[in-house]
Design a protein around this ligand. Sequence first.
Ligand SMILES: NC(=O)c1ccc[n+]([C@@H]2O[C@H](COP(=O)([O-])OP(=O)(O)OC[C@H]3O[C@@H](n4cnc5c(N)ncnc54)[C@H](O)[C@@H]3O)[C@@H](O)[C@H]2O)c1
Ligand SMILES: O=C(O)C(=O)C[C@@H](O)[C@H](O)[C@H](O)COP(=O)(O)O
Ligand SMILES: [Zn+2]
Length: 356
Amino acid sequence: MFDSIRTIPVRVRPPYDVRIGSGLLGRCGDYLAALLGQRRIAVLADDTVASLYLDTVTAALEDAGFAVCSHIFPSGEGRKNLSTLTELLEFLASEHLTRTDCVAALGGGVTGDMAGFAAAVYLRGIRYVQLPTTLLAAVDSSVGGKTAVDLTAGKNLAGAFCQPAAVICDTDCLKTLPPDVFADGAAEAVKTGVLSDEALFALFEDGTLTADPGEVIARCVAYKAGVVERDEKEQGERKLLNLGHTVGHAIEKCSGYVIPHGHAVAAGLAVIARAAEALGWTEESLAARITACLSKNGLPTGTDYSAEALAEAALSDKKRAGGDITLVVPRKIGHCELRKVPVADLLPIIRAGLEA
Ligand SMILES: NC(=O)c1ccc[n+]([C@@H]2O[C@H](COP(=O)([O-])OP(=O)(O)OC[C@H]3O[C@@H](n4cnc5c(N)ncnc54)[C@H](O)[C@@H]3O)[C@@H](O)[C@H]2O)c1
Ligand SMILES: O=C(O)C(=O)C[C@@H](O)[C@H](O)[C@H](O)COP(=O)(O)O
Ligand SMILES: [Zn+2]
């Protein structure tokens, strides 16, 4: 028997559902056929994920009447670039996909971001669905419609807002994740807990994440869906979802994208929490609580890169506007704020977070 399916609506225009449960990949065909009508679908996956799940997904889609083609590319953030995007677009064109057809992003956040971007620009936009297979993609990247690739100058610098038509999250996929990749997802989940409320954050302090990931995914998705519904194009509130990312993206860039996103965000979250406490912006002992929670989930709480290197790398951040940059500052669990500071202040702020 299958576990129950949790369904979280995302009320953007047009709205879509995030379905979370065990065994969903093997049953995705009928659901998608009912949603999209039977048509052609291009499944895009990295090599690791393809070897694990492509046969299951292809069979489920074909059984439901879809004509399926698939394209496999090498895994890793180092491949989230314009060259792979071009490869995906050329594949869709070579298969003569039309505007009534669909793309399926089968994989983690790298695949979801790139396949979503390809779907956003191919023929000026065709529909796509997210089939997240990492914890990070389940709790964060598959929802909300941010798609992107990295440029030499920095992280996610070319992209589009483009919402998926559906998100189908099969929690069984988490069973094949290496511990470090599971931890990457924990970083975004802890971030969500800090933004959301004490009750969600407590789940990551007490180990519920590993005991009941379906519940945690549903709660993180519900929080993110609310933010996206209120501010789809990141004009204000949605910037809060970048908590830990100013320094996190800088760490990724300094490492040449060898340090994965989740680990970098964890370190970035610890740095901004310590800086905020040292500068008197936040309640005492919050940084210690956040860093303890990150450690408990197998994540780093610091970095070897210098404040100078990180501040320089952060200059390409999308929250920079002219001479100012907007930071996401934790005040207490369940309350973070946007704080605009002169770019020149970034170095002493990061230094405070590294030294505290
Ligand atoms: N669009 C958004 O809102 C958003 C949000 C958060 C992060 N992101 C992006 O997501 C990316 C990180 O995503 P990620 O951590 O999922 O990385 P990823 O997609 O590279 O996956 C990590 C590794 O796990 C492997 N993998 C995936 N599923 C597996 C499974 N079930 N079993 C075994 N191995 C599996 C992959 O092949 C890869 O090697 C970054 O590029 C980040 O910028 C985007
Ligand atoms: O959905 C959002 O909004 C986020 O900021 C979620 C982040 O976890 C994610 O890493 C996102 O890709 C960052 O976007 P960026 O605009 O800062 O590149
Ligand atoms: Zn992120």
